[in-house]
Design a protein around this ligand. Structure first.
Ligand code: SF4
Length: 354
C-alpha cells in the first residue's frame, strides 16, 4: 500500500530540482541554490526560517511543498543517553527514530516505512503490517529533526528503524543520494548502513549501485527451518539465495556484509546453531552481530547471559568475526516500534470510544 503526498517535500529536493523550481516560479535560479543552502548547510526546512529569501518566495515555498511535513510528538530518554523520537507525519501517521551517542560518535537510526510488510514475529513494528512507504523528504526530515535535537549532524546513520528499506527502494536510494552528495549533506557512504530482512531482489538492485554503503542482513538463523519460525512466508527468501545476494554485494560494492542475529531463547541460541552460523559467516566473508532480544510482548524471550556468552564464544573460536550489540536504551527506551505501537493503540481506543 502506498500513499502519495499531494505536494512534494521540500527536504526531498536536490539542488538542481530547487533551481528548476525557482525558474518555474519566475525567480532567478540562484534563489533555488539559496533554498538548498538553508536545507543542506543549516538544516532549515521551514521557509519561515529562511530569512535571506524575499517574503513572497517563502510564501510560495510553503504553498508548493510540505515544508516541513513532520514534527516531533514525543521524546523518550534512556539513562545511557540514548533518545527515541516519535515523529508525527503530515497525514497523522507515526514513525520513530533514535539518537545513539557513543564514546566518540553519534549514530542516528532511521525508519523507512510506516509499519512493515515483513511482519517478523518478534517485532513490534511489523505487527500491523505496512501502512505506507516514507517519501524521500520524510526520510531526510527524520535526519534533520534528529540533528536539531542533538545539536549536530550524526557521524553514522543506520537504516534499522521501522520498515524494510529495500522495499521502498527508489525513495530510500534518493535519500541516500542527498545524504552523500557533496552538493547535499556530504556524508561518506561508508558511514551509512542499510538493513534488510533478506529481501533478495532489493539486495541485488542495491548491489548494482556499486556504492560503498554498508549492508546489514537480518538473518536470525543459519537455515530455512528456524527462519520460518521467525519470519512469515510472504517476504521470506531462502538462506542460500540471501547469501548469494550477499556475495554479489561484496563483489559490486566491495563491502563485507553484516549478519544481524537476534538471539531468542530456545529458538536460535543452541551451540549447534552457533557452529552452523560460523560456517556460513566464514564461507561468505560476513561479520556477525549478535543482538540479545528485547522483549516486545511477542512471546519470545531473551536467552540467559550464559547462553549469549557461549554463542559468541563458539563463533569466535571458529574464527568468525563476531560482535555483541551493546545494549542501549533497553530500560528507559521502548524496543523498536513499541512507541509507535503504543500511540496506535491509543488512537484505536480513542476512535472506539468516540
Ligand atoms: S524486524 Fe525489521 S523487517 Fe522484521 S518486521 Fe520488524 S521492521 Fe520489519
Amino acid at each position: 500500500m502506498s500513499c502519495r503526498a499531494t505536494r512534494p517535500f521540500l527536504a526531498g529536493m536536490g539542488r538542481n530540482a530547487l533551481r528548476q523550481w525557482a525558474l518555474a516560479a519566475g525567480e532567478p535560479a540562484f534563489r533555488g541554490g539559496q533554498v538548498g543552502d538553508w536545507i543542506f548547510r543549516r538544516g532549515v526546512v521551514d521557509p519561515i526560517g529562511m530569512t535571506t529569501l524575499p517574503a513572497g518566495l517563502r510564501e510560495r515555498l510553503r504553498r508548493d511543498f510540505h515544508a516541513p511535513g513532520s514534527r516531533v510528538a514525543e521524546y523518550v530518554d534512556a539513562p545511557d543517553g540514548t533518545e527515541k523520537l516519535l515523529l508525527t507525519l503530515h497525514d497523522g501517521e507515526s514513525i520513530e527514530m533514535v539518537l545513539i551517542p557513543g564514546e566518540e560518535r553519534l549514530t542516528f537510526c532511521l525508519s523507512t516505512q510506516v509499519g512493515c510488510p515483513v511482519r517478523c514475529r518478534f517485532c513490534a513494528s511489523g505487527r500491523d503490517g505496512l501502512v505506507r512507504n516514507l517519501e524521500t523528504g520524510e526520510i531526510i526530515e527524520e535526519f534533520l529533526l534528529g540533528a536539531a535535537r542533538a545539536g549536530r549532524r550524526p557521524d553514522n546513520l543506520v537504516f534499522m528503524g521501522i520498515g524494510e528499506g529495500l522495499l521502498n527502494f527508489d525513495r530510500l536510494v534518493a535519500a541516500l543520494e542527498l545524504l552523500t552528495s557533496p552538493e547535499g549533506f556530504g556524508m561518506s557512504p561508508r558511514r551509512i548502513t542499510v538493513s534488510t530482512s533478506g529481501y533478495v531482489p532489493g539486495m541485488l538492485r542495491f548491489a548494482e549501485l556499486g556504492r560503498e554503503y554498508n549492508l546489514a542482513i537480518s538473518l536470525h538463523a543459519p537455515d530455512d527451518e528456524i527462519r520460518a519460525r521467525l519470519i512469515p512466508d510472504g517476504l521470506r527468501y531462502p538462506v542460500a539465495e540471501i547469501m548469494a545476494a550477499a556475495d554479489r554485494y561484496l563483489e559490486c560494492a566491495g563491502r563485507m556484509v553484516t549478519l544481524e542475529y537476534t538471539l531468542l531463547d530456545g529458538i536460535n541460541d543452541s551451540p549447534e546453531t552457533a557452529r552452523r552460523l560460523a560456517v556460513l559467516a566464514k564461507r561468505h566473508h560476513a561479520k556477525v552481530n549478535l543482538i540479545p532480544y528485547n522483549a516486545t510482548g511477542s512471546g519470545f524471550r531473551r536467552p540467559p547471559r550464559s547462553a549469549i556468552d557461549m554463542f559468541e564464544r563458539i563463533l569466535a573460536d571458529a574464527g568468525a568475526h563476531v560482535t555483541v550489540r551493546v545494549e542501549r536504551g533497553a530500560k528507559g527506551v521502548a524496543a523498536c516500534g513499541q512507541l509507535r505501537s503504543a500511540r496506535c493503540n491509543m488512537k484505536k481506543q480513542e476512535s472506539q470510544s468516540s
